[in-house]
Design a protein around this ligand. Structure first.
Ligand code: GCO
Ligand code: MN
Ligand code: MN
Length: 389
């Protein structure tokens, strides 16, 4: 049987202009691929079967473009979307590239820089909405420090809150149907960045004036850079209904920001992530925020993009296999078996339950003597992934 892992619109696979448009430069070397226009990147994405394309304001319109240049670029981009049927579900602001943001945007010590950043974001929101975006991502690439002598961290958090509150009101005032998704990263390019993980972001969101408008955009590489289990952060976001968007890629722990193809480094972690997203029927875009190796030409960029989507779909199939494997399911059932004796003592607090729990006699030794069969469960998982089951 020839398996079909063709990406389809319902999978909602998206790429940023900056991902397939990455020219392979790094701090040690210049471009290895020629720069392509936004519309050419849309055609490339259509060619590999993607559903949508995301962009920073300046991926589409250079920061110094005149209004007539901007008009032409927008028309060309819209034509490419119409020609290909691709959508542009997410947009964002570049608040890190231009030297004005060398010490941050919303957290800069300069009131002019902070307000320029808010102005730039409002314009980026207008542009995103014009192209059809429903999600607006905030990644504060320069919001942090190299030395904490420079900024008071509490003030920085308060400044970020002030900016987010202002921008939420802006969206409401314009009557836009747009939600915000905050993306955490622990470091790079700054020495340390504020709200460093998805967990920090989730806590911060609850302090905003309109928390209902704001969720998270967790990224695999960013939590791996922090040495964390990505699926656990995503689970926390799912649990509180805040997984508005996701950045899929891969990254070895303890390395620089690698932005590898999804599943390129740690297939098992990728598997548990896909399984989590599928088990909980995540409905948002699956955005691949990654780029091809520097060794590649544009054929290699297409291999990279196809590989991201194909790996996701293969792992999705493996998740179904895991969920229907009789031996695995029997083990899981046994592990999670209801314990009738606990019915009267657990659940929501009542004085009666509390009393029965306090009086209950637990056979500690018998409970701990039982093996849990996780070795077997994990080996069966590996065998599914290795394709021998
Ligand atoms: C990074 C980030 C960015 C953001 C992008 C959208 O590590 O550079 O992941 O790629 O996702 O700026 O906000
Ligand atoms: Mn990243
Ligand atoms: Mn990202």
């Amino acid at each position: 049987m020839v398996k079909n892992y063709e990406p389809k619109p319902e999978h909602k696979f998206t790429f940023g202009l900056w991902t397939v448009g990455n020219t392979g430069s790094d701090p040690f070397g210049t471009d290895v691929r020629e720069r392509k226009s936004p519309q050419d990147l849309v055609y490339l994405l259509a060619d590999v079967g993607a559903y949508g394309v995301n962009f920073h304001d300046n991926d589409l319109i250079p920061i110094d473009a005149t209004s007539s240049e901007a008009k032409k670029i927008k028309a060309d981009f819209k034509k490419a979307l119409a020609d290909t049927g691709l959508v542009a579900p997410m947009a964002t602001t570049n608040l890190f590239y231009d030297p004005i943001f060398k010490d941050g945007a919303y957290t800069s010590n300069s009131a002019k820089v902070r307000n320029y950043a808010i102005q730039k974001t409002m314009k980026a929101i207008d542009l995103g909405v014009e192209m059809g975006a429903e999600i607006f991502v905030f990644w504060g690439g320069r919001e942090g420090t190299e030395t904490d002598a420079a900024k008071d961290p509490v003030t920085s958090i308060r400044r970020t809150r002030e900016a987010m509150n202002f921008l939420c009101e802006y969206v409401l005032d314009q009557g836009y149907d747009l939600k915000f998704a905050l993306e955490a990263k622990p470091n790079e390019p700054r020495g340390d960045m504020y709200n460093a993980t998805t967990g920090h972001m989730l806590a911060f969101i609850e302090t905003l004036d309109h928390p209902e408008m704001v969720g998270v955009n967790p990224e695999v590489a960013h939590e791996h850079m922090a040495g964390l289990n990505f699926s656990h952060g995503v689970a926390q976001a799912i649990d509180v209904g805040k997984l508005f968007h996701i950045d899929l890629n891969d990254q070895a722990f303890g390395r620089y920001d690698q932005d590898f193809r999804f599943g390129a480094v740690n297939l098992k972690r990728a598997f548990f992530l896909v399984k989590l997203l599928e088990d909980y029927e995540y409905q948002g875009s699956k955005h691949f925020d990654a780029h091809a190796y520097r060794t590649e030409d544009y054929e290699g960029v297409k291999d990279f993009a196809r590989g991201c989507m194909r790996t996701y779909l293969i792992l999705k199939e493996k998740a179904t296999q895991f969920n229907t494997d009789m031996e695995i399911q029997a083990l899981l059932k046994e592990i999670n078996r209801d314990d009738k004796a606990m019915g009267d003592v657990s659940g929501k607090y009542t004085p009666e339950k509390m009393k029965s729990l306090k009086d209950f006699s637990f056979d500690r030794k018998a409970i701990s003597a039982k093996g849990l069969k996780y070795e077997k469960l994990d080996q069966l998982t590996n065998e599914i992934l290795l394709g021998v089951r």
